[in-house]
Design a binder for this molecule. Structure first.
Ligand code: ACO
Length: 429
């Protein structure tokens, strides 16, 4: 951390002496005020539910400028990464800080693509779930269960690196077996000759009865979905992984905590919720009913939100949504689905929302999930698996952030304070 020339002076209206606090400068983005000594010097805590103004850590992995609508992985703009790199090179970048050379890239691809099998006993564990269990329930359990099969000492950097490789390699297998189990089809074992995305398509859609040929357009689309979801700095699930890992727990268990957090509709569950929303508007009458639906969204008493719109950090168009829209056009055109009614509906919803005062004033723009559901549906991925795909892609971000925290000699167990509003001490009877 760079100490800036500035110092923050905090004064209190109750007459307490004012105090000086150090200010740190990042490479880009807002400076931060170091309040670690605040309690010691004043006896007061800060209060910031939802972390609206609190930086919980220092990080060199991902940067978002929400006002500009900019996303950088290790300093590289997401648009360049999406157009010039594949997902595994992106994983390398997030984990190790720089894009790989050709040899490093080949070595990393090989390392990942030869660790894709899961311990066969994991399948017995899977069979304990009901067939109709939500795939995110299955994944939360299965990722947690990896800790029982693959041992990793969180304090050892080499073992943390091995855990990172195992997680990135095995997540597609876990998502695919969760899907196959749900639909009652035989599991398809990974095949190392495919790309990362191609192998996932194979495990999802091949059957032992006939040859399966990977469609390169769908392969590229899936790879892009993975890239766009790979990391997003200190979001709810990443912060969950950091907090969980800060106790020194097993890394697979910490990632399972991230999967659990991601499930919610305000976070990774939004892609599933967005597609369900589009389907229900379609059932109501489609494009003709968009105005009525938007009125409902604007009515605070309705409890209805426009899913796939709005973001805590982006107060501009989410740059990932633009890239996802590009992919959406490519996939629908390849599959001859340009006239897909849900896509037309999404475009109309977006158009109206972007012109409406309610959304303009609150700076609500489409986020990545607005279009990712349409792409996934076109690929043939069931709606209830969308968040599982997100979890698969975000695993690299979680593990990169966890490893960054653990490598920092200054890290401490996370332990927020509170404003207690319960009963004061009193006696029984
Ligand atoms: N539809 C309608 N109104 C909305 C929406 C929405 N999608 N999002 C925010 N608003 C309104 C709120 O009602 C609030 O209005 P008010 O100021 O009149 O009370 C204002 O915009 C600010 O909203 P907050 O909920 O305070 O914003 P916050 O930063 O806490 O929430 C969130 C961000 C959770 C993403 C929110 O925009 C939302 O619920 N969006 C829909 C779900 C979604 O798409 N989530 C995916 C996020 S991206 C991701 O995780 C990959």
């Amino acid at each position: 951390m760079n100490l800036s020339d500035k110092k923050a002076t905090l004064s209190f209206s109750d007459g307490s002496p004012s105090i000086q606090l150090p200010v740190y400068k990042g490479t880009i983005g807002p400076d931060v005020i170091d309040i670690r000594k605040l309690y010691g010097q004043t006896g007061m805590f800060t209060y910031d539910p939802g972390f609206m103004s609190t930086a919980a850590c220092e990080s060199a992995i991902t940067y978002i400028d929400g006002d500009k609508g900019e996303l950088l992985y290790r300093g590289y703009p997401i648009e360049q990464i999406a157009h010039k790199c594949d997902y595994l090179d992106t994983c390398y970048l997030l984990l190790y800080g720089e894009l790989p050379t050709k040899e490093q890239s080949q070595g990393f691809h090989k390392r990942i693509l030869t660790h894709t099998m899961i311990n066969e006993q994991m399948l017995s564990f899977l069979r304990g779930f009901r067939r109709d269990a939500h795939p995110m329930a299955v994944l939360t359990g299965m990722v947690g269960a990896l800790s029982a099969f693959y041992h990793a000492d969180i304090n050892d950097a080499t073992q943390r690196d091995i855990a990172a490789i195992q997680l990135i390699a095995k997540m597609p297998t876990l998502v695919a077996v969760a899907h196959k189990y749900g639909v009652g089809e035989p599991y398809m074992y990974p095949q190392n000759n495919h790309s990362y995305a191609g192998n996932f398509l194979h495990m999802m859609f091949a059957t032992p009865c006939e040859d399966y040929k990977v469609n390169p357009v769908l392969e590229r689309a899936l790879d892009r979905i993975f890239i766009l979801h790979a990391d997003h700095e200190q979001n709810a699930s990443t912060s969950t992984v950091r907090l969980c890992g800060s106790s020194g727990t097993n890394p697979f268990a910490a990632i399972a905590a991230g999967v659990a957090c991601l499930w919610g509709p305000a976070h990774g569950g939004a892609n599933e919720a967005c597609l369900n929303m589009l389907t229900s508007i379609q059932k109501m009458g489609g494009v003709a009913k968009v105005g009525e639906f938007i009125d409902k969204v604007k009515d605070k008493n309705s409890g209805v939100r426009l899913m796939g719109f709005g973001h805590r950090v982006y107060k501009n168009y989410d740059p990932r949504a633009k890239l996802m829209q590009e992919t959406c056009n490519e996939v629908l055109s390849d599959l001859g689905l340009e006239k897909d009614p849900l896509f037309a509906l999404a475009k109309q919803l977006e158009k109206i929302a972007l012109e409406d005062d309610y959304f303009v004033q609150r700076k609500l723009y489409p986020n990545v999930d607005f279009y990712s559901g349409i792409v996934q549906r076109a690929i043939g991925i069931p709606v209830n698996l969308f968040t599982g795909i997100f979890a698969l892609a975000r695993t690299v971000g979680w593990i990169a952030q966890l490893n960054e925290m653990l490598a920092d000699p200054e890290y401490k167990i996370g332990r927020p304070r509170q404003l207690y509003t319960g009963a004061p001490r009193h006696n029984i009877g």
